[in-house]
Design a protein. Structure first.
Length: 356
């Protein structure tokens, strides 16, 4: 069952045009030729459809108005963070301070900028679980059953984007698994439910979402990375060990993404050595091939940077653009300021601006 909703967005004026022009300029050394920019109006025109892909799970599919059936589709499966709706994750201009959740991730605006920077076939799917929590959704259903169901969801979504005869005939689909916070549970569920990670998964990007990493996840990730040089693993995290909220520590003495990232580094070290260097405010850990990138913020001010990594620091945008063909303009690194601000929608209501 699905409903189709077309949401053409209105051009935002000369400010947007100037912002896009600046955003599409990258360092000359980062690419051999600049991609031809898409017209602003084309960037703002999108098609939105909703699928119910499992009990209590919605998949909101947002694609550009026109896709080239002779070119690969970049299917980005974005598993939502705990407590956030699909509309909040897409983002828009908030009307007041009570709507702060609409102004923290901005995956819709960042995806429009992906297309402007050359990833013109990017289709994003927002995956929202009942209760707005992928960890709880898996726990309630039992992990083996939940993992199998996640695998079936991904297969269904791969087939759904090939929903015209021309696409079925010509179009390969490259899948990215990504998400923020508790959305990492969706990705680890997918990994745990597969004998091997399929070759059509091109990219896995854990955006402060690698809490669950354990040694059991290392071998399938290593096998997948070895299977093709294009396979890319990106991790963004920060030192969350001492952060507090309302006077209480946020993570346990064994939890958090900083410790999870150290477990990843320790696991890969004897098998795929990672080199550490400081770039701006981040530690960047990278293997010799560049297939593994981990950007870790030491957080000397002991601030809560959890969602800032995704939105304020353009983390989603960076993770989607790194290690692309030269026709795609990357970001040099994650970090502020927002480079996508001119593409944030002012529309106040989305099709899924409600609880499910």
């Amino acid at each position: 069952m699905f409903t189709t909703v077309l949401r053409p967005l209105v051009a935002l004026g000369m400010f947007v045009l100037l912002s896009m022009s600046a955003a599409c300029r990258g360092p000359a050394s980062s690419r051999s030729s600049s991609p031809r920019p898409l017209p602003l109006e084309a960037l703002m025109r999108e098609r939105t459809r909703m699928l119910i892909v499992d009990s209590g799970v919605t998949a909101t599919i947002v694609e550009p108005e026109t896709l080239d059936p002779t070119r690969a589709i970049e299917l980005i499966l974005y598993a939502l963070p705990n407590g956030n709706s699909t509309a909040e994750t897409m983002g828009r201009t908030p009307r007041d301070s009570g709507e702060w959740r609409y102004d923290i991730q901005h995956i819709a605006a960042q995806t429009r900028l992906l297309r402007a920077r050359g990833l013109t076939q990017a289709v994003v799917v927002y995956l929202e679980a009942a209760g707005k929590s992928w960890p709880e959704w898996r726990r309630v259903r039992g992990y083996p059953e939940a993992n199998a169901r996640i695998g079936r969801m991904v297969d269904r979504l791969r087939q759904d984007v090939l929903n015209t005869d021309s696409r079925r005939r010509y179009t390969p689909v490259n899948v990215t698994l990504t998400g923020h916070s508790g959305g990492g549970s969706f990705m680890f569920g997918f990994i745990e439910g597969q004998e091997t990670i399929p070759s059509w998964v091109e990219r896995i990007a854990l955006l402060d979402a690698n809490y669950n990493f354990a040694a059991v996840h290392g071998p399938p990730l290593q096998t997948w990375l070895n299977a093709a040089p294009s396979h890319t693993l990106v991790v963004l995290a920060y030192d969350d060990r001492e952060i507090t909220l309302d006077g209480r520590k946020v993570v346990s003495d064994s939890g958090g993404t900083w410790r999870a990232s150290q477990r990843m580094i320790d696991w890969f070290a004897p098998r795929r050595p990672l080199t550490r260097e400081m770039i701006g405010d981040f530690q960047r850990w990278r293997d010799a091939s560049g297939q593994v990138e981990m950007w870790l913020h030491p957080n000397p001010a002991n601030r809560i940077l959890h969602t800032e990594l995704v939105g304020e620091m353009n983390g989603y945008l960076y993770a989607m653009l790194t290690r692309r063909p030269t026709s795609v303009t990357p970001l040099a690194m994650p970090g502020p300021p927002r480079v996508y601000q001119g593409l944030v929608s002012h529309i106040e209501k989305f099709p899924l601006d409600r609880d499910i």
